[in-house]
Write a protein that binds this ligand. Structure first.
Ligand code: UDP
Length: 256
């Protein structure tokens, strides 16, 4: 593991890098230039943190990732409550368009894996329309099922992509990347959740004011009410953070 940033904090055992969108793009550029292995990025939300409390493999994946960005207002609040500041929310949904923009400039090739059939293609068309010259090496819905892995790895490797974006939702996407990263020939792989759905316009994104006031979760509950059970993890996250206040946040530099 090589943290993509100088500083990393730990919230309920899960690493979160103190970084920004610019910091994430700089790390990607560095890793692609280096080209020595596959670097993994995870977009950590309160939901990730709570899944990791009961899923040892997922926790290990997050701990071994090269960059864990803070995707979720709850993480910024939790960090502040625990006496640390995270500079901004670094979401997959906002990060992927920025990665695409930079990729068009640098000539990085993207592969969009996951989401329902046809969605990655639509997202790809949107990204190319917004970023002339963007090279999308491939798109494929696929699935995280182990029996499909060989064919998917071969497809991704044959495409010659530099960056693999995986939309299988957490924890599947991140575990999938970690399991197969030694066999992938991309330089960077990142789990992106519902990002392709947002870019393709299949699911609308919360209005700007709601995102800014930390209410994106409420909008998602309104648009996708069947998520309510999953979203119970949010109050559980708040409760867990409150309960752990007496334990100081660990930093990597302190040997966490
Ligand atoms: N998904 C998939 N295959 C699966 C499970 C999920 O392609 O086996 C996709 C799903 O279509 C969606 C994305 O994974 O595009 C994850 O969506 P979700 O909204 O759950 O992710 P979040 O943004 O909450 O992490």
């Amino acid at each position: 593991m090589e943290s993509g940033t100088a500083e990393r904090i730990t919230i309920l055992g899960v690493p979160v890098d103190v970084t920004t969108f610019a910091g994430m793009l700089a790390a990607i550029a560095r890793w692609i230039a280096r080209g020595d292995r596959v670097y993994q990025i995870c977009t950590v939300s309160p939901e990730f943190v709570m899944i990791a409390q009961d899923d040892a493999e997922f926790l290990r994946v997050l701990q071994d990732a090269d960059l864990c960005v803070a995707d979720g207002a709850g993480l910024l609040l939790a960090a502040r409550y625990l006496g640390r500041a995270l500079p901004e929310r670094v979401t997959g949904s906002d990060g992927v368009p920025l990665i695409a923009q930079r990729a068009a400039h640098e000539g990085w090739k993207l592969f969009l894996l996951g989401a329902a059939p046809g969605v990655a293609e639509q997202a790809s068309a949107k990204l190319q329309a917004q970023n002339p010259g963007l090279h999308i090496a491939g798109t494929y819905a696929g699935s995280p099922a182990p029996e499909e892995a060989d064919a998917i790895i071969e497809r991704v490797n044959r495409s010659g992509a530099d960056i693999l974006l995986v939309a299988y939702g957490a924890p599947h996407q991140d575990v999938w990347i970690a399991r197969y990263r030694a066999r992938l020939s991309v330089r960077v792989a990142m789990g992106v959740g519902g990002t392709f759905d947002f870019i393709a316009g299949v699911i609308p994104r919360a209005p700007e004011w709601m995102r800014r006031s930390g209410l994106e979760w409420l909008y998602r509950l309104y648009r996708q009410p069947w998520r309510w059970r999953r979203m119970l993890r949010l109050p559980r996250f708040v409760w867990a953070v409150l309960r752990h206040r007496d334990r100081p946040l660990r930093r990597d530099s302190e040997g966490a």
